[in-house]
Write a protein that binds this ligand. Sequence first.
Ligand code: FES
Length: 260
Amino acid sequence: MYKIENHPILDLPKEEYVEFQFEGRTVRGQKGKTIAAALHQAGLIVHSHSTTGRNRSLECGIGKCGACEMLVDGQVRRICITSVDGVKEVREIPKDYLPEGKAPAIRETKIYKTTVAIIGGGPAGLACREQLTALGIPNIVVDNNATEGGQFNMQTHQFFFFEKEQKFGGMRGFDIAKTLAGDNHDGILLNNTVWDLLEGRRIALKNIVTQEVSYIDADHLVVATGAVPFMPVFENDDVPGVYTAGGVPEDDEPGAHPAG
Ligand code: FES
């Protein structure tokens, strides 16, 4: 594995490092980057084992498949989307692992009320938000990533298909991602995943960082989640080094680890 030190287009962020323990050894990871990036950078690409003992690693690299789940400070987490910040220990989930089953602390549950709930804070969801807001229609956007823009955050090439709208023509994908949400990010709930649609037009959310559960009561729902990567099943599809194409640009961010 190697690390991108210079990039022709992107500014490299100032690097700060943190350390955590992995199976008895200390691993250094770049602040703000994922545990998966830190482990790959350290050459530690085996994160679990199959029932027959075969080495396993990441698959999608973008938080969609669950192949990378490990115990992070005692909690099951997807390491391809979990930042190293504040992490003390990462280890493989033991075969006989059972969660402790502690009852979660009872907290007051937030209930947001709005007219339109938009699931997905990528280009489609944010464009929908822009239109609704211009029409004065209250809305809330939910996205499970830490930043708005969805997959556009990984696109370094220039887009031309917006030229028809005279909007964003020629801009690079990650710049469009920054621009889409505008300056006011009120009403965008990041790090939140939708885990159920309940009766009474209620949407259940879980914050994947704080584990906090909340609800949105909305009259209308827009699903703007884009495409989920197709993950073909084939023999040895889970061995280290076999990743979906979606995982490569994600890990290809400056300071992360190109897979391969
Ligand atoms: S969810 Fe992490 S590799 Fe797919």
